[in-house]
Design a binder for this molecule. Structure first.
Ligand code: NAP
Length: 238
């Protein structure tokens, strides 16, 4: 059975884990508090999932989804992640992460920053532009008429192809936004960010816990990415 390591068991990590188990992937999931704290989640996920440490999740599979706060990437097991395809779901939220000068100055995209912290891994940005709530609501089998697309970015074409196959298996088409330097096209405040998957984009900030989601097909996502304007990250207030 194909395998997936997941580091981070919060909103995004657990949403991805549910899709992975549903897609018949064998999952090993980790968090910061240790495997015992994941007993309820693995019981819910069923026989296809088990809990472990971050090192075990990194060693478990060729592909590892990392869904932890941005600055916590520096805690992850670099040796075990070396050579792996790492799907990074993270965003830069200054209120949580503190101000990061290179990101505020637009010297790096968040994806480039993540790639620096995870030197040796082949990082692909994905799942960072969709609310955790919308992931199960919008996932569909391949070929469904109302399937949504997620953007991916990364500097290793082989890793990006592998990540695209994974995202497809989990329930979404992909659009290649380019190298990591293009990752800003689906960072917060860009048009292809979370509101693009909302039924009511204008009120998503208030209704993010109830918005039912709206499919975003490949062509519509491609247009949003192509027309994107780079967000003023230094002005980000959340
Ligand atoms: N929530 C969303 O809708 C959403 C949407 C798009 C992107 N994102 C981004 O995706 C990333 C994850 O978001 P989230 O909402 O899933 O966060 P979350 O609910 O706060 O969960 C974060 C997870 O990371 C784990 N973690 C923290 N430090 C760790 C470490 N050193 N080693 C291993 N695990 C560690 C935490 O472990 P414990 O459980 O033990 O604390 C927790 O399971 C963030 O960068 C976020 O900005 C979130």
């Amino acid at each position: 059975m194909a395998r997936l390591g997941i580091i981070g068991s919060g909103a995004i990590g657990s949403a991805v884990a549910r899709l992975a188990v549903a897609a018949d992937l064998e999952v090993l999931i980790a968090n910061s508090r240790g495997p015992e704290s994941l007993a309820d989640l693995v019981a819910e996920l069923g026989a296809g999932a088990r809990a472990g440490t971050s090192s075990e999740a990194a060693a478990f599979a060729d592909q590892v989804v990392v869904a932890v706060p941005l600055t916590r990437l520096r805690d992850l097991p670099l040796e075990a992640l070396a050579g792996k395809v790492v799907v990074d779901t993270g965003n830069y939220y200054p209120h949580r992460d503190g101000r990061i000068a290179e990101l505020d100055a637009l010297e790096l995209t968040t994806g480039e920053y993540a790639q620096q912290l995870l030197a040796g891994a082949h990082v692909v940005k994905a799942f960072n532009n969709i609310l955790a709530r919308h992931i199960p609501l919008l996932a569909r089998p391949a070929g469904a008429h109302d399937r949504s697309a997620l953007p991916i970015a990364g500097d290793d074409d082989g890793a990006k192809a592998a990540a695209a196959r994974l995202v497809d298996r989990l329930g979404f088409d992909t659009v290649d936004a380019g190298g990591m330097s293009e990752g800003w096209r689906f960072e917060p405040e860009a048009a292809a960010y979370t509101q693009a998957y909302a039924a009511e984009p204008s009120s998503l900030a208030e209704n993010y816990l109830t918005d039912p989601g709206k499919p975003l097909p490949v062509d519509a996502l491609r247009a949003l990415l192509a027309g994107a304007r780079r967000p003023d990250v230094a002005a980000r207030a959340f």
